[in-house]
Design a protein around this ligand. Structure first.
Ligand SMILES: C[C@H](O)[C@H](O)CC(=O)C(=O)O
Ligand SMILES: [Mg+2]
Length: 393
């Protein structure tokens, strides 16, 4: 018998980490990126100007009666910390960490009247991941062993950042660029987007994957035109072109996209029900759940099984170690994303830096399964990072 759960605690941390948009000045991730807010000129140059980094990182710790502590980080900050302490903790304390199915069900249905997606599911995900970390630490096994074991020897990664050309030199299999100009910047902006793609194609050569991340910024007409113009430069996929609520738009985009170009989305989608909608409406070719936002590993297993039965690939968004331990165990997740968090996207830096210690990074675009061979998710909280616990229960 494993020890029971003694206490759940929630903390807030600022500065990068799981809230990877919370970066300093001059970072590529805040440099005139197309967003749904870019129709307002005053919010066009910087995503921080409309508050993209307002939440900060949520850290959830779960302590067992023998003193073992599992933890996880995700985006959610103080409001998520409130939900964890004041609402979700009751569904864990006094229970066995092996009861993650029942705990997930109670967290989800206990908050359904104000939750279902977004911040509440981020909070649920944080608790779920901390629970899997605890389980791994108590059993002295990496989480990927608990999920069924590795189906391949190593992970291979594409890089997201402003410099796919540099990512190619670092051994990544592809580069996903932020789209810089949205519909409000008209034909001139569209031409600049295509010119950036053309430059990168020229620098990277024909065989390197290039993708556009549109961060929910476009409308169907613009997205369709962008896709067709980008076809000439071999764009592999067009990502999150439309609002996550516009399932109908995605279904139309998938039909209208040039043959061979993939339509991807899902990083702002949550739970088996949200992903079922994306798949039943045939919205995309690849779903991209964020492990820290979609409901955690417990929910991702269900989403992934559903996708597998439909021949849909699951390439999780970001999520660092939480993604790595999952992707290595699934045939329908053949590669993974690595977000380039160095300000100029010119070097590999741990994705959730500086919040985690021992966070593995790809070497030559690859990561051996054996690099994950530590109990739980294999990382620790960096003691140099200040934790703030705004609520208790
Ligand atoms: C680069 C994108 O705008 C966003 O910051 C990250 C993202 O959506 C992704 O990695 O995918
Ligand atoms: Mg994206």
């Amino acid at each position: 018998m494993l020890p029971k759960i003694k206490q759940v605690r929630a903390y807030v941390v600022r500065g990068g980490g799981a809230d990877y948009h919370d970066q300093g000045d001059g970072h590529w991730i805040d440099d005139h990126i197309a967003t749904p807010m870019a129709k307002y000129p005053e919010y066009r140059q910087s995503r921080q100007s409309f508050g993209i980094n307002v939440l900060g990182t949520l850290v959830v710790e779960i302590e067992a009666t023998d003193g073992t502590v599992g933890f996880a980080v995700t985006t959610g900050g103080e409001p998520a910390a409130y939900i964890v302490e004041k609402h979700l903790a009751r569904f864990l304390e006094g229970r066995s960490p092996t009861d993650y199915e029942k705990i997930w069900d109670q967290m989800y249905f206990g908050t359904q009247y104000y939750g279902r997606k977004g911040l509440v599911v981020n909070a649920i995900s944080g608790v779920d991941l901390a629970l899997w970390d605890l389980l791994g630490k108590l059993r002295q096994e990496p989480v990927y062993h608990l999920l069924g074991g590795a189906v391949r020897d190593e992970l291979s990664f594409y890089a997201t950042g402003a410099r796919p050309d540099l990512a190619k030199g670092m051994g990544f299999i592809g580069g996903k660029m932020p789209l810089h100009h949205g519909p409000a910047e008209g034909e001139e902006g569209l031409a600049k987007n295509i010119a950036e793609l053309a430059t990168m194609r020229e620098r990277c050569g024909d065989d390197f994957w290039l993708m556009f991340d549109c961060w929910m910024a476009l409308d169907l007409n613009y997205a369709t035109r962008l896709a067709h113009k980008a076809k000439d430069y071999g764009l592999k996929w067009i990502e999150e072109a439309l609002s996550p609520d516009d399932y109908w738009g995605y279904a139309a985009l998938k039909k209208a996209a040039p043959a061979g170009m993939l339509v991807t989305t899902g990083e702002h989608e949550a739970t088996r029900w949200g992903f079922r909608m994306l798949m039943e409406m045939e919205c995309c070719d690849i779903i991209q759940p964020d492990v820290g936002w979609c409901g955690g590993v417990t929910e991702l297993l269900k989403i992934s099984a559903m996708a597998d039965s439909r021949g849909v690939m699951v390439i999780p968004h970001g999520s660092s170690v939480y993604s790595y331990h999952f992707v290595i165990t699934r045939h329908n997740s053949p590669f993974a994303e690595f977000l380039m968090m160095a300000p100029k996207a010119d070097q590999v830096q741990p994705m959730f830096h500086p919040q985690l210690l021992d966070e593995p990074v790809p070497v030559n675009g690859r990561l051996k399964a054996t690099a994950l061979d530590k109990p739980g998710f294999g990382v620790e909280l960096n003691p140099a990072v200040t934790l703030h616990r705004p609520y208790t229960h």
